[in-house]
Each structure stands twice: as structure tokens, then as C-alpha cells.
Design a protein around this ligand. Structure first.
Ligand code: HEC
Length: 110
């Protein structure tokens, strides 16, 4: 009985560790459009920015997109625009970010 509890305890720990070190979030590109209605206003629904001062996201690397969005959420990117991006992303969880990253990453060059 105790052995079983210890086993479950360590299984949970290893699962948690895997989540931290691995890549648990598989992005689903087809869900991206549902999660990016406001993003298109600046980044374009085709991933080409609507203003020269906004970055294009089309065809950008998936992992880079995910980690840059995490950096805004964590406050690791600084500046007025970064602060604005943090607000934009504040309501999104990791799965949302993964779906969004997949959505923009899988767009091919025009
Ligand atoms: C009001 C315009 C605006 C809106 C709306 C907006 N963004 Fe941004 N986004 C920007 C700007 C400007 C930057 C560059 C910020 C900086 O200086 O770091 C940026 C940066 C980014 C980056 C990093 C790009 C790179 O090359 O590093 C990602 C990813 C991103 N935005 C995704 C999103 C997503 C997803 C949404 C919707 C939830 C969104 N943005 C909404 C203007 C916007």
C-alpha cells in the first residue's frame, strides 16, 4: 500500500519534470485563427504586419514564436511595445500560445 503511494508520488514528480523540460504543448494550427482575432489587427491575419513598425509573424519559427510570447507574458521583454504585447497575451494559456505559434509558423511564403 505504502509502496504504491510512493510509486504514484514519484510518477507524478517525473511527469511534472517532463512537462518542464520537454515540449508538452503540441500546437494545433487550425485552432490558431480562433485564438488570434485581435492579433490580425496589427500582425495581419495572413501574418504580414499592417504597419512597418510591427513584426511579420508569417512563417516564423514555431518555437521562437512560442518563447517570444512567453517572454512577453513573463515580463522578460521590455519596452512600450513589449508592455502592450504583454497585455495582448495576458488572457492566453500555454496551449493557446502553442496553437497560435503553429498557426503562424505553418503559413508559407507568398
Ligand atoms: C496593437 C498592435 C498589436 C496587437 C493587437 C498584437 N501585437 Fe504582437 N506585436 C506588436 C508589436 C509592436 C510587437 C513588437 C514588440 C516589441 O517591441 O517587442 C509585437 C510582437 C509580437 C511577437 C514577437 C515577434 C518577434 O519577431 O519577436 C509575437 C509572437 C506577437 N507579437 C504575437 C501577437 C499575438 C499572438 C497577438 C494577439 C493575441 C498580438 N501579437 C497582438 C503589435 C501588436
Amino acid at each position: 500500500m505504502v509502496i504504491k503511494k510512493i510509486f504514484i508520488f514519484f510518477s507524478l514528480i517525473s511527469l511534472a519534470t517532463f512537462n518542464v523540460l520537454g515540449e508538452p504543448y503540441q500546437g494545433n494550427a487550425s485552432l490558431g485563427p480562433l485564438k488570434t482575432p485581435s492579433c490580425g489587427f496589427c500582425h495581419g491575419m495572413d501574418g504580414i504586419a499592417t504597419m512597418p513598425s510591427y513584426p511579420n509573424l508569417r512563417g516564423q519559427n514555431e518555437q521562437y514564436l512560442f518563447s517570444s510570447m512567453k517572454a512577453y507574458q513573463n515580463g522578460n521583454r521590455k519596452g512600450d511595445f513589449a508592455e502592450m504585447m504583454r497585455t495582448q497575451l495576458s488572457a492566453l494559456n500555454n496551449q493557446d500560445l502553442a496553437d497560435i505559434a503553429a498557426f503562424y509558423a505553418t503559413m508559407k511564403d507568398k
